[in-house]
Ligand binder design. Structure first.
Ligand code: AHG
Ligand code: MN
Ligand code: MN
Length: 276
């Protein structure tokens, strides 16, 4: 499975190239979640599709940008990916990412066996997890492996997503109680850099709750939530929907979303107290 590392690294380099030169114009189309697509969403999707379908070990793929999954006759792995996460902040030149979930048998949480994300920022970085978590930075010539990432029991970052006026009172109390305890706001609007920052700094809470305008949250299970839940658990953290472990959730359709909370143990315990 670690054979996916160089494949994701190749995708990252190709996508970084188009990010540097391509316009950030919107296309006329929307993706299956109803988000307006950018030209680069579609180009990044195509780069990853071509690379993955060319691999013998891949039996199928599904992407945030495609209505249906694509299956082949052979192979054992199913890959779900968000080719470009953070399309809405790309015009302001903030960091964006790609997210990958590796599944075996079916596209469902219980079948995830690996995950990865790429950060396109001032540096190009890849985090890959199967049984262990590996962290790579591209130095201009090759990918240097760095010390693995580990979450402490508790951190200092509070990254609260969603439309604030549509938060429940319980959720508002949770977010403000963390600020009262000294947590600092760190939220860019891209889950890849926001979750990466918490991992790099060793702890904190990222939340994207159910809100009045998005009762099922916004973040999609297969391409965004399950891969990061897998990575956070490997880093010694936790990932829940408020009550239930995200990787114990069922899924009915490819583009389904869920409320989600990722963090170190102490912060996740606070979430449990709020939502129980
Ligand atoms: P995408 O660009 O793939 O549609 O995903 C964007 C997501 C995620 O990166 C981020 O955490 C969230 O949208 C931000 O949403 P809000 O602007 O509602 O906070
Ligand atoms: Mn996304
Ligand atoms: Mn996307």
């Amino acid at each position: 499975m670690r054979d996916f590392i160089p494949i994701f690294q190749e995708c990252a380099l190709e996508i970084q190239k188009i990010l540097k030169t391509n316009s950030t114009d919107y296309l006329a189309g929307v993706n299956p979640s109803g988000d307006t697509q950018l030209d680069i969403d579609v180009k990044a999707d195509k780069i990853i599709e071509t690379k993955l379908l060319g691999l013998e070990c891949v039996r199928g793929i599904c992407s945030e940008e495609k209505i249906e999954a694509i299956y082949k006759k052979n192979g054992s792995y199913l890959i779900a990916y968000d080719p470009l996460d953070g399309s809405s902040i790309i015009d302001s030149n903030l960091s964006v990412g790609s997210i990958f979930g590796i599944y075996e048998g079916d596209f469902e949480a219980a079948k995830i066996i690996g995950a990865a994300y790429v950060v396109y920022g001032p540096r190009l970085e890849l985090v890959f997890a199967d049984k262990i978590l590996s962290y790579f930075i591209y130095n201009g010539d090759f990918w240097e492996e760095k010390k693995s990432l580990k979450l402490n029991q508790k951190g200092k970052i509070n990254a609260p997503g969603g439309t604030q006026k549509d938060w429940s009172n319980a959720h508002k109390n949770l977010v403000y109680s963390l600020f009262e305890k000294g947590y600092r706001l760190r939220y860019s609007g891209g889950m890849v850099p926001d979750l990466h920052q918490i991992l790099i700094k060793g702890g904190g809470l990222f939340s994207y709750p159910a809100t009045l305008n998005a009762p099922q949250g916004k973040l999609r299970k297969l391409f965004e939530v399950f891969p990061f839940a897998f990575i956070y658990e490997k880093a010694g953290g936790e990932a829940i929907d408020g009550k239930t472990r995200l990787l114990d959730l069922e899924i009915k359709s490819l583009h389904e979303s869920t409320p989600c909370f990722f963090g170190s143990s102490e912060e996740i315990n606070e979430v449990r107290k709020t939502y129980e």
